[in-house]
Design a protein around this ligand. Structure first.
Ligand SMILES: NC(=O)C1=CN([C@@H]2O[C@H](COP(=O)(O)OP(=O)(O)OC[C@H]3O[C@@H](n4cnc5c(N)ncnc54)[C@H](O)[C@@H]3O)[C@@H](O)[C@H]2O)C=CC1
Ligand SMILES: O=C(O)C(=O)Cc1ccc(O)cc1
Length: 317
């Protein structure tokens, strides 16, 4: 048995990602002690009933005391406030990280609060589902998925290496890039697709009053995939759009332009334009499958060993 990477890991927030990490830390021997903290007693009790941690705290400041690795697993909109609360209680030499779907804004919010002598290595596992809460986590979530690290310039390479080893210990492949690049890539492959899903399901739901439930009754599998994505956590996704505003707006502008040209092709009976695009996109999908990167299954991420996913993989929509 190899030595654990960390003595005490503090998980702040114990929803889908926090609980999946807890299962991995335990199963893969990545730390000696898992301290779990979340703000609601009810959630903490659920986590305890599931046996996710070794100690349970309603005060984040208690959980981080003496922790050598602290991971924020909360919606991106509260990362700054939580960091300011825990900062005075962090141990010298501790590594602080997060799992947020947006990196630039999270770094801007967290970094100013972190004291000297604490390393900061932001991370984003490209793995998840539409579920939330401590009961939704599972051990295989991160297996064969990418985890992107976005350490700010000047971060101690030894801390980056340790966080990389941690994610490899959870079964992930790790890549490092700037927060800015991450946010741009994720805007097009994850954030805008989620917005499209929320929008199309909302439009169909409005129509439903007119068509008397036919939208649900006759929805084919494509629409069902959209409903899965649109069932994702409202708080988490509200925060994603508010904090990755610029990149999402930039990608939405491009998307809207391309949509307008499709609209025009339909109006003018320009079948060639439609056929050419559909041929190109079909080839992209085939390349994804050939490369073993098919992540568009409804149970995305649940099956172990279902191929390697690329950074910025499809979100299934
Ligand atoms: N759900 C997904 O598919 C993925 C989510 N992420 C990121 O992971 C983070 C967590 O997401 P999930 O685990 O899915 O969410 P979740 O909703 O399942 O869990 C969030 C946890 O944070 C706690 N929390 C919320 N506000 C808090 C506060 N002010 N103080 C203390 N605890 C608080 C909640 O009680 C809950 O335990 C988010 O930043 C999200 O962007 C990253 C990859 C995939
Ligand atoms: O459920 C899905 O299809 C997802 O797309 C999961 C997901 C959600 C947010 C992320 O930042 C990464 C992965």
């Amino acid at each position: 048995m190899t030595e654990p990477l960390f003595d005490r890991v503090a998980l702040i927030g114990i929803g889908l990602i926090g609980s999946s990490l807890a299962l991995n830390i335990r199963a893969n021997g990545l730390a000696r002690h898992i301290a779990v903290t979340t703000r609601r007693r009810e959630t903490l009790e659920k986590a305890e009933a599931l046996g996710l941690g070794d100690s349970y705290h309603l005060e984040a400041t208690e959980a981080v005391a003496d922790a050598d690795f602290v991971i924020l697993c909360v919606p991106v909109g509260v990362c700054g406030a939580i960091t300011s609360e825990i900062a005075p209680h962090l141990k010298k030499g501790a590594i602080v990280s997060d799992v947020g779907s947006v990196k630039g804004a999270v770094i801007d919010q967290m970094r100013p609060h972190l004291p000297e002598g604490v390393d900061f290595v932001p991370a984003h596992p490209l793995a998840g589902t539409e579920q939330s809460g401590p009961e939704s986590g599972f051990l295989e979530l991160f297996r064969n998925r990418w985890c992107i690290l976005t350490p700010p310039e000047g971060t101690d390479p030894a801390a980056i290496e340790k966080v990389e080893a941690f994610w490899r210990g959870c079964g992930s492949n790790v890549e490092t890039m700037t927060a800015e690049h991450h946010d741009l890539v994720l805007a097009i492959v994850s954030h805008v697709p989620h917005l499209i899903a929320y929008n199309i399901v909302g439009t169909a739901a409005d129509l439903e009053t007119v068509t008397q439930s036919e939208v649900v009754k006759f929805s084919a599998s494509g629409f069902r995939d959209f409903t899965r994505i649109a069932a994702s956590d409202p708080t988490m996704w509200r925060d994603v759009f508010l904090t990755n505003r610029d990149a999402v707006l930039e990608m939405l502008a491009r998307f809207s332009e391309d949509l307008a040209s499709l609209q025009r092709a339909i109006r003018w009976g320009d079948g060639d334009t439609l056929f050419d695009l559909f041929t190109r996109t079909r080839a992209i999908r085939r390349n994804v499958i050939e490369a073993g990167q098919d992540t568009a299954k409804p149970n995305f991420g649940r099956e172990p060993g279902n191929g390697e996913a690329a950074p910025g993989e499809s979100t299934g929509s």
